[in-house]
Ligand binder design. Sequence first.
Ligand code: FAD
Length: 468
Amino acid sequence: MSYDVIVIGTGPGGYVAAIKAAQLGLKVAVVEKRATFGGTCLNVGCIPSKALLHASEMFHQAGHGMDALGIEVAAPKLNLEKMLAHKDATVKSNVDGVAFLFKKNKIDAFQGAGKIVSAGKVSVAGEDGKVQEIEGKNIVIATGSDVAGIPGVKVDIDEKVIISSTGAIALEKVPETLIVVGGGVIGLELGSVWSRLGAKVTVVEYLDTILGGMDGEVSKQFQRMLVKQGIAINLSSKVTGVEKGGKGAKVSFEPVKGGEAQTLEAEVVLIATGRTPYTAGLGLQEAGVKLDNRGRVEIDGHFRTNVPGIYAIGDVVKGPMLAHKAEDEGVALAEILAGQHGHVNYDVIPSVVYTQPEVASVGKTEEELKAAGITFKVGKFPFTANGRARAMLATDGFVKILSDKETDRVLGGHIVGFGAGEMIHEIAVLMEFGGSAEDLGRTCHAHPTMSEAVKEAALAAFFKPIHM
Ligand code: FAD
C-alpha cells in the first residue's frame, strides 16, 4: 500500500493534518509511538492541565469565593484521587475521540516509532521490536516537542520530587511547598493548580517579568494578582542548581545582574523552563533534512523542508508552541498537499493563560509596536466598570485594544479577566478581517456581558467609552 501522505506524530498538528488531508480525498497513514493519539496536548498538556485548573478553581471557590454571594458552605474537602480520575477520564475521552476520527476518515494508524528512511519511505518500529516499512508520496514531520532543561544546569527529573509538567499533572499528594522554575504559561498554570489545592508556591524566573513576551502592562497586573493569591515570585533570578535534599529538593539561584546567591527548599520542584523541538530518532540527519540553529526543522513558507516530499508543522518548527498554531498549520499543509492554497496568518494567533483570572492576547503588544516604530492608540476599559463583572464579583482586570493611529485598524488586543480566553476571539476575528476599533466599538454587544468591556475598550481607542 502506498499513501499520499504519511504523518509522523499525532498531536494537534499531525492528527488535524491527517484528518483534513483525508477529508480532501487523500490516502493517509499516521505513525504514533505513544500508546494513545493526541500528542502532548491531549495526553499530558493542554487537556489534563485544563481539567485540573477547572477542578482546583472550583475547590478554591467553594472554600473562599462564595460567602459574598450569600452561599455558606462548610470547608470543602479535597479528594485528590477523584480529581485526578476526572483529569484521566477527560484525557481518555479526548484521545478516544481522535481514534474514532481516524477510523471515520479511513486513516491507517501505525503504532510505533517512525523513522524517515528516505524521501517517500518511513519505517515503524513497534514496541515488540518488529519493524515495518510504509511508503508515501509525502511525509509530514509532526513530532512536537519535549521538556527543555535549564541551560547549563544538570537537572535529574524523577517526576516525583523534581518534576516536569508531566509529573505536575499527576502528583499523588498536595506538596506543602512547591518551587516552580520558570514563570511562563505552563509554570504559572500548574503552579496555580497546586497553590489552590494548598501548596505554598514560589516561582523563580530569569526574566524581569512573568509571561515574557506578553504586553508589559498585562503581565505586571497579572503578577500583582498572583501575589495576592499567595504565590511568591522572584524575578531576574538565575537558577544555578537544582538537586534533591532538605525538605525534598533545593533550588539555588542568584540575581541575573550579579549579587548574593540564595537557596530555597521545597517538597517538590517543578521545572517549567520551556520546551524543545523533538527530532530524536527520526533519521533526519541521514535523510538530509536541515535543522535551524535552535534545533527546529527548517521549513519555508509552505512547510517544505529542504528535502522534496518532506514537510514539517507544529512545535517541531518555528513559531509559537501552541496547539492551535499546530492545528492551523496541519489544515494549511493538508490543503497544499491536496493542490489547494493553504495559509496561516501568524499575525493573528491568540494565546491564553488559563489561570483565574485568565490572561489572553492576540496580535501586537505595546512594546512590539514601539520597537517597530508604529504609531498607535490605546483604548482601555476596566472590568470594575462592567455591570456583569460586578454581578459576578469578577471585576479584576481590564481590556486593552491597540489600534493604528492613522488607519484605526486594530493591531492587538489584550485581556486580563474572567473569561478572557473566550472574549479574545472577537478581537481575533476582527483582526483577521482587517477591522478597525470603530468597527468593534460600533458592533452591538449583548448586555450585560463581560464582552461589553471589549466594545468599550475599542470605543476608548477610537473616541471615548460610554461607561467611564
Ligand atoms: P505534540 O502534541 O507534541 O505531538 C507530537 C507527537 O509525536 C507525540 O504524540 C509523540 O509521541 C509523537 N512522536 C514523536 N516522535 C515520534 C516518532 N519518531 N514516531 C512516532 N511518533 C512520534 N498549547 C495550547 O495551545 N494551549 C494550552 O492550553 C496548552 N497547554 C499546555 C500545557 C502543558 C502542560 C504542556 C506541556 C503544553 C501545553 N500546550 C498548550 C502546548 C501544546 O501541547 C503543544 O503546542 C502542542 O501539543 C504541539 O502539537 P504538535 O502536534 O506539534 O506536537
